[in-house]
Structures are given as C-alpha cells and as structure tokens.
Design a protein around this ligand. Structure first.
Ligand code: WTA
Length: 658
C-alpha cells in the first residue's frame, strides 16, 4: 500500500521483559494457559471472567443460551447495571477521588473529573431523563461533541435502562434523521455547537434540520448541552441541559436490568444502502469491554489511557465510555483534532498529561508522519513521550512502514504496539497482541484474544490451511457479540450467519494466517464496504446519496481505491442526465456533487474522485462490473475478462476521462 513497505524487513519484536514481568497476561505461557482454559470449557472461561470483572445484582446461572441461535444470549438470568459497575462500584472501592476523565478542550483548556464527580453528574442526568418520562427500553439519540457530558449522558441512559444511540457529530441531518427515525428515539441530546480546530460547528442546527425532515414523531424534546454559548435557533421543544439538571438530586437508584437488555444501538454500514443498527447487550458487552480493556492494554492503576476515537464510533463506546470506567482507570479525552493548532498536538498532549497507553488509528499516524516530514517542529522526537508504555492501533490495517515509524518515533522503540482487530458488531477486541505476552510482527494483529474462536475458512466453511487467504469467521459465540440488527432479525441472520458457513459468524473481512506462527493478517473487506480513514462506508450508501440528486444524476457506481493516507479513497463514477461535462465544467459539477453527498450523509462520505461517463460498464444482464471499475479507479490495466461486457467501448472513455 505504502511505497516504502517493500523496503521494510519484517522483524519480530518480543515483549519487553520489564513489561512482561508485571503484565496481567505474562509471556507466551500466560497466553497459552488462558487459551487452553477457554478451549477446554469456553462457557466456563467466560463465566469466570464475567464474575471477576462485573458486579451482578442477581448472579447468573445460565451461561450461553443457544435456543434462539444465532441470536445468542450470555448470562441471561443475571441482572446488573452498567453505570453502577462503571461508577458506584469504583467509588465504593475507594476510587471516588481518582480522576476518571482528564478532558482537554479544543482550545487547550483542561478539566479533571473524579469518579465521585462523574457519578454525581450521571445521577443528575439520569434523574433528568426520568423527569422527561424516559423509561427502561426507550431509545435516546445522542448527537454531541467529545465531552465529559457526552460520556455522562451515555452512562445516564445505562443507569435507567434506556438504550442510547450515539450519532457521530460529523453525520448530516439526513443521516441523523434516519437513525432517530429507525430507533424511534423519544429524546435527542445534543449541544449548541462543537469546537474543532478553532472553529465552531453547529450541532443543534443540524438536529433542527433532521427533525424537520420528518419521520421522528416519537421525539418529545431536544436537550441541549451549552458548549460554546453561540447563537442558535430555539423552539418550544428545546431545553438547556444545565437548567433541567440543576435541581436534580445527585443520587439516582440504578435500574437493574437483565444481562440481555440492550445497552445501545450503533449504526454501521453494510452492503446495502441502509445502515444497520447494531444492537449490543448490557452484561456480555460489559464483560468483554472490561476484560479487553485490562488485558489488551495491560492496564494498571497508575496508567493514563488515551483513546483518540470519537464517541460516535464503537471504539469510543468500548474504550472511552465503558471500558476504562469499568476497570476504574484514568483516561484522557480530547475534543479537538490532531492537526490543530499544529500537527504536534497529540505528542504535546501525551507529554502534558503523562499518557502511558495511547490508542489511535493508522490514518492519524500516516497523516502525522507526512506532517512531521514536512515540518520537523512537529516531529514526535521534539516532544517528551517518555511516559508511554503501550501503543495501540485500530480500525484499519496498519502498513508496516507506518507501524515501524509509530514504534520507533512515538514509542521510542520500547513500547509494544497492539494492533487490535475488531468491529462494531464484535463489541470489543477479537484478534490482538497482548503487550506482555505476544511477539509483534508489523502489519499483523497476531492471535485471537483468549476465548475468541477466530478462524479462516473457505466459502463452505471448511478450514483453510495457514498461508492461504480466506474468510475470517468466529466459530463460537462470544459475550460481546452483536445480538441482532435493530428491527431486522432476518438481515442479522443473512449478513452474519449465512447458511453455507455452518453457523459461524462471518466478519466480512478477508484474512490469512502465517504458515509458522499462525498470526493473522487482515486483508480488508470482502463486501461492498469501504474503510476510509478507519471509517466504515457502504458503497451502496454513497451511490444512493448520489442518485438522490435526481436533477443531475442518472446513475452512479462507487468503488474504493488504495490511498496512502486514508487507507482507501472513495471513487465515484457518475452518469449524468445531461451531456457529459468536460474540463472546468466537470470540476464544478464534481464539487457540487461532493457537497451534495456531504449533505446527504456527512463530509466523511464525500468522494475523493468523481468521474463522469456516458455509461457504466455492465454485463449483458445489466450488472455493473465493479471489479473493472476498481481497476480503472486504481489506474491499472484491466486484466479481467471483458467478454461479458455489454458496452466495451465505454472502457476507453473511462480511462480517457481520468
Ligand atoms: C477494519 C472498528 C485491519 C476491518 C473497530 C473491520 C481492521 C472493520 C482492524 C470494522 C485492524 C478494524 N486491522 N483491519 N486492526 N480493525 N479493521 O465496525 O475491515 O468501524 O471489518 O469497527 O474495520 O470497522 P468498525
């Protein structure tokens, strides 16, 4: 992917001995004994961890439930409260004065919130939700900036058994409306504006627009966190969060819910135009979020953890809102962007807050490499990064050249990098090195987390030998797994448990295992899902957005092409209703369509390339030949068989218009 990659000799990095000596999972033997325990009795292994990591109000007796497979259940007869586990328990165990969240705002302003303070804040918010008539099982949409308040709102929902659906602040009014409508949310929690890179961006305004689009009839009120104090429109349905919470008591008895009670819905892209509402449980999800938090990052009480993801993605759910709090850790949370006021921001913040465990995405690393090459002032070696112990990577494959740079320049050659493979659907880490136990190979996410039955199979579910590529599957249910797609059980079964695969969970990624070590390397998505800067985007979603511009667009096909920084870039082939534009007219129309897609879905979905053609390459049966378009997008010679192509002449035009 990166031109430097072929220059990098694959090297193995054993765990640093000092780290391994103190690690929760220590050495190869530590890993092997856990893996063996899980192998011997999968359910008993997870039950042991469920008892160790989570406080249950009513202890469970049932372990894995398979009656309604593949809608599995875990610890079904147990009851718990997620927010009680994340907050009250920490205070009860003596961590009331420990800092839960160090928050650094876009402008550099820092606040510290202790566990006791966070608990009080969550209780006020939970009481406010109750006062608004929110009941167990009701859905609450959260469209908020990175803030302590946002985490507290998620926790407040959990406290009363309401199901939150967090919508990433970069999604447009249309996307927000679709999610509010699909969940039937009764409340929307938002902020006046969000601050990113010194600019104020509207959130409340987008909520107004979303609600005006219709279909959100269940929404009774919009509650607004005052972040900037900027001017915003106001209606009867709106309330200030600080006004509603001011009079609420600082205590709120948690609602004890069954283990399977949904904790949240989180929308993610699939192979069709409609995003899927991934439904997670309370019990199993919390167990796996907590265990992976502690073991993958080898977290100890003094650690300062920093996950740079947004709470709008699953990484921000499992490793900001829940995982760190569930184990009583201190974490740093950041409102802004890595490149403002300059591209040294991350490195400066690591030094400032003495961060020990840093978890970010390969795209961020690649863009900071570029920035450091252009400007030595923002090179990590100019900053104090001595506090770091463990580094992590998530969301997309990390290419070996970026891995080596991250290891050397950020980790000073002494910090293991955990390359964590997992998905919105898996809830938590699935395949990852453990810093004190696993030797690292750049570009490989190493071995399954103990208790995760990851494997590589062919189209019929047969095992593929090491050294060959195949489909990545999970052979046994795991506690943090998706329970269903909200309102669409059939789609859940068809997407993840296709009949030919013997009941295995189909991840949607291609992968292979090393011949000798059995280490996994992820090849990328095998479906029509793109991974742009670690964000999942469905090609069909972007196509639907383009053809929704009915005045201009007749037809559109979207494919991905490799990109040095963002991993993949979105490339759209568009057939217009009018004549095919050339030169400046083409550039202007492309800009117009980009803006359009930004409005329909959000800026992250804007195609990098838009090419206009008189037609799209199709088979005689009318199917668009996407593989061929992928070659065109990459600018490589077409090697596919084009004998089935109905309109071969179009190929010349596609190449010409480049
Ligand atoms: C990709 C993000 C390679 C993969 C947590 C997966 C990765 C999709 C890695 C899920 C990794 C995630 N190496 N690829 N370490 N982590 N992916 O749902 O294609 O936003 O299927 O969850 O990201 O993306 P999602």
């Amino acid at each position: 992917m990166n031109p430097l990659d072929h220059l990098v000799e694959p090297q193995e990095y054993p765990p640093p001995p000092a780290l391994a000596a103190q690690a929760h999972v220590a050495g190869r033997a530590g890993y092997a004994s856990l893996a063996a325990e899980a192998e011997e009795d999968h359910e008993a292994y997870w039950a042991r961890l469920a008892r160790e990591f989570v406080h249950w109000k009513r202890p469970f007796r049932k372990l894995l439930g398979t009656q309604n497979a593949p809608h599995y259940t875990w610890f079904e007869d147990g009851t718990l409260n997620v927010s009680w586990n994340c907050l009250d328990r920490q205070v009860a165990e003596g961590r009331g004065e420990k800092v839960a969240i160090i928050f650094e705002a876009d402008d550099g302003h820092v606040t510290h919130t202790t566990y006791a303070q966070l608990l009080a804040m969550v209780c006020r918010l939970a009481n406010m939700l109750k006062a608004q008539g929110v009941k167990k099982g009701d859905r609450v949409a959260i469209y908020m900036p990175m803030s302590v308040e946002a985490v507290a709102c998620m926790q407040a929902c959990a406290r009363i058994g309401a199901i939150h659906t967090v919508v990433f602040g970069g999604f447009s009014a249309h996307s927000l409306r679709d999610r509010i409508a699909d969940t039937g949310a009764v409340l929307v929690l938002t902020a006046d504006e969000q601050m990113r890179g010194g600019k104020a961006l509207s959130l409340k305004g987008v909520v107004d627009e979303a609600l005006a689009l219709g279909g959100c009839d269940a929404v009774r009120a919009v509650i607004v966190y005052r972040r900037t104090g900027g001017q915003i429109p106001w209606t009867d349905r709106d309330h200030w969060m600080h006004e509603l919470t001011a009079a609420q008591p600082e205590r709120c008895e948690p609602v004890w819910v069954e283990a399977e009670h949904p904790l949240f819905l989180l929308y993610t892209s699939g192979s069709t135009g409609k995003p899927k509402g991934v439904q997670h449980s309370s019990g199993g999800y919390l167990v796996q979020a907590a265990v992976t938090m502690k073991w993958t990052f080898d977290m100890h009480p003094q650690d300062v953890f920093w996950c740079t993801a947004d709470i709008g993605w699953v990484t921000g759910h499992s490793y900001i809102a829940y995982g760190p709090l569930a184990i009583g850790a201190t974490q740093l949370m950041f409102e802004g962007v890595p490149t403002w006021p300059n591209a040294g921001r991350f490195w400066q913040m690591i030094g400032r807050h003495r961060v020990t465990v840093f978890y970010t995405a390969p795209t961020a690393i690649r863009s900071l490499i570029k920035a450091a090459e252009a400007n030595p002032q923002v090179h990590p070696q100019r900053y104090d990064l001595q506090s770091l112990r463990v580094l992590g990577s998530v969301g997309e494959p990390i290419n070996p050249a970026a891995w080596e740079w991250y290891h050397r320049h950020v980790g000073g050659g002494r910090c293991p990098i955990v390359d964590t493979w997992w998905q919105t659907e898996t809830g938590a880490h699935m395949i990852t090195p453990l810093p004190g136990a696993t030797s690292l190979v750049p570009g490989s996410c190493a071995l399954p987390f103990p208790g995760i039955a990851a494997a590589i199979v062919d189209e019929l579910g047969g095992d593929v030998p090491n050294g060959q590529s195949g489909l990545l599957v999970i052979k046994k249910p795991w506690p943090g797994m998706i329970r269903t797609i909200w309102g669409d059980d059939a789609r859940y079964r068809a997407s993840y448990f296709p009949a030919e695969l013997r009941g295995y969970y189909l991840a949607g990624d291609g992968a292979s295992r090393d011949r000798e070590t059995g280490y996994f390397t992820i090849g990328g998505r095998i479906d029509d899902v793109l991974n742009v800067s670690g964000h999942r985007m469905g090609t069909m979603e972007i196509e639907s957005a383009l053809v929704a511009c009915t005045e201009l667009v007749a037809e559109a096909a979207v494919v991905g092409r490799p990109d040095e920084t963002s991993g993949e870039a979105i490339c759209a082939f568009v057939v217009l209703k009018g004549a095919r534009p050339q030169g400046e007219a083409a550039a202007a129309l492309a800009a117009q369509l980009r803006t359009w897609v930004g409005k329909e879905i959000g800026p992250i979905a804007k195609p990098k390339d838009i090419r206009f053609a008189d037609n799209l390459p199709k088979t005689r049966s009318g199917k668009i030949m996407r593989r061929l378009l992928r070659s065109v997008a990459k600018g490589e010679a077409v090697t596919q068989d084009i004998s089935t192509l109905e309109n071969p002449a179009i190929l010349h035009q596609l190449f010409e218009t480049h």
